[in-house]
Design a protein around this ligand. Structure first.
Ligand code: FAD
Length: 395
């Protein structure tokens, strides 16, 4: 199938690096082309469901990834108007036994570093920075990526792991820019000693209020707390990483309980993102070219699954390319057919939980509280089994 040529991967985020590793585990060479001048991740925390740990093991980085995670005890949902707990999901022994893996939180930079080191250690992976893929051409035997600097790189396949604003997707799917959700997210990381003492919980905590929510959890061996607060303010334009004042952040939270507002007051160096996603589409493949991760299925972060799904994609794609060694069309189609329904479900449900769990008001919020507080731990595990029991190979 590969005719001796390596697989090209556009993008060196978690999805691209995971793909390079997955291919290397199957003996397939790759050239990874990253647009930025250096390989790294911006932003702080990331939550990892048990499905992410399956991917780490499959990709050969299980031990390193486990070593830098913080293992939280609960997913906790608070009512941001009353400061009362609505419900929680226990992540202890029963949860781990049920899904065969833990739930954890990690620093993005640490996780990216684990993948990057493993890629650098592999003789089958070639990493190139300052290499933006602007378009591709293909014929019966190869695909050629054209870089922004004018160079051309040829490979057997091209995997577009180039994120939300993917150039590869522009050609494969040609469905225009992403959808601006109108939700503005502000992120900050604070030293643990600056987090209110009575809120230093070993949990991923979410305070849900009308049109807004606040998330916090410990990171980096409990040295810092990650704060992510989101306000549905109908923001019209995409924005990424703009520094903003505490006053601006607070605007969307004047109506919530003082205890929730206090968390925001402890934030420092806030930065703003206006969130985007897309409607699911099955058009991920064009001949020798396939999309992966956010390039294929960008989603709101409300299930905390974008990176987890990108890693599952990498597992599935590597498996299929190995299983259909002589037939790239069959391999890419099997990958798409397996991954599309699952990722589409996460995309659409991420929007739905934003509307029905994170941001409702009045009767809608009271209904949420009544339904969610009545659930047993067994019911939570059953409800989440489709998501956390996935591996990229079985769904
Ligand atoms: C606020 C927030 C919180 C989140 N929390 C979680 C969480 O808790 N758990 C979770 O699993 N997910 C979470 N996510 C989602 C997760 O961050 C993304 O889904 C994931 O990082 C996608 O990885 P990716 O490799 O597909 O894309 P990206 O991380 O966007 O990587 C794309 C890479 O491609 C490069 N690139 C772009 N264009 C080109 C090009 N044309 N040529 C070459 N290189 C290119 C970029 O520089 C970048 O390095 C969150 C997202 C947000 C916004």
């Amino acid at each position: 199938m590969t005719g001796g040529l390596p697989v090209l991967i556009a993008g060196g985020g978690i999805g691209g690096l995971a793909t390079a590793l997955g291919l290397a585990r199957k003996g397939i060479r790759s050239i990874l082309l990253e647009k930025a001048a250096s390989l790294g991740e911006i932003g702080a925390g990331i939550q990892l469901g048990p499905n992410a740990f399956h991917a780490f093991d499959y990709l050969g980085v299980g031990e390193a990834a486990r070593g830098m995670a913080v293992y939280i005890d609960q997913l906790r949902l608070m009512d941001a108007l009353t400061a009362d707990e609505i419900t929680h999901v226990d992540l202890g022994d029963d949860f781990r036994a049920r899904f065969g893996n833990p739930y954890a939180v990690v620093h993005r930079g640490d996780l990216h570093g684990v993948f990057l080191k493993a890629c650098r250690d592999s003789a089958l992976i070639n990493l190139h920075v300052s290499s933006e893929v602007v378009r591709y051409e293909q014929d019966g035997s190869s695909v050629t990526a054209q870089l922004a600097g004018g160079e051309h790189v040829s490979g057997s396949l091209l995997i577009g792991a180039d994120g939300l604003w993917s150039n590869v997707r522009k050609q494969v799917t040609a469905d225009g820019p992403p959808r601006v959700s109108g939700h503005t997210t502000y992120r900050s990381v604070i030293p643990t000693e600056q987090m209110p003492k009575d809120l230093r919980w070993n949990a991923a905590t979410l305070w849900a209020g009308p049109k807004c929510h606040i998330v916090h959890y410990p990171l980096s061996g409990w040295k810092v707390f990650n704060l992510v607060v989101t306000y549905h303010n109908d923001a019209p334009e995409p924005v990424a990483g703009k520094p903003v004042s505490e006053d601006e952040v607070m605007q969307g939270f004047r109506h919530v309980h003082e205890r929730a507002r206090e968390i925001i007051r402890h934030g420092k160096n806030w930065r703003l993102w206006v969130l985007c996603d897309r409607d699911p589409t099955e058009r991920w493949i064009d001949g020798r070219v396939a999309l992966l991760g956010d390039a294929a299925h960008p989603m709101l972060q409300y299930f905390a699954q974008g990176a987890c799904q990108a890693m599952e994609d990498a597992v599935c794609l590597s498996h299929m390319l190995d299983a259909h060694k002589e037939d790239h069309e069959a391999a890419l189609e099997a990958y798409r057919a397996q991954r599309f329904p699952r990722t589409a479900r996460v995309q659409l449900l991420s929007r739905a939980i934003g509307e029905h769990i994170y941001h409702p008001d009045g009767e809608h919020a009271r209904l949420r509280n009544a339904i969610m507080s009545a659930k047993s731990q067994e019911e939570w595990c059953r409800d989440l089994a489709w998501l956390y029991g996935g591996t990229g190979l079985n769904s």
